[in-house]
Design a protein around this ligand. Sequence first.
Ligand code: SF4
Ligand code: SF4
Length: 175
Amino acid sequence: MNAGMLAHIACRMEGAKCPQARNDDKRLWRSPSWTVMREVRLRHHHLLCTRTFSGKGYDPRFVANMEKIVSALLSPNDHVIRLSASCDDICSSCPNKVRGRCKDQESVLEKDRSAAMFLSLPEETTLPAEPLLELVNERMCELDDIRLICGECEWAELCNEWLASSKKIGDKMGN
Ligand code: SF4
Ligand code: SF4
């Protein structure tokens, strides 16, 4: 799945937003085949975090929410991802979110820009989760050091362990 194909799907998805969605249910979408899809809001760099998540996080509430999101994305067919460089469904349970913003706003915006560039994604868009996550997985397989995208994140060591073990599994499978 390349970025051009994703942009094409984005246009179709914009056109497929269910016109009859109730006001209190704006997070349900209908795919072009009219299957109801649930929306997950993510900032760009969190696409990577959902891949490398290993059950650790800032506090138990953050971890429980992250587990919920990661497990929802294990059924990507049922979801669309709304991308935006602002507080998202992961930030919503994070102790670092203060008055609607990340307390490390400048550095997370930099991570979002870097992840968007790495994945060739626009600043704001909504895409079906399955091809988007395929793209993220493919691109991450090419990475040796997550800090090239995420800078000096406190979790980088753990994420690099994830990259290394994914590569080993890929090698064993002959990918
Ligand atoms: S290094 Fe940090 S920002 Fe990057 S994927 Fe890991 S946890 Fe997320
Ligand atoms: S550290 Fe900032 S960007 Fe990351 S989840 Fe918390 S509020 Fe969101």
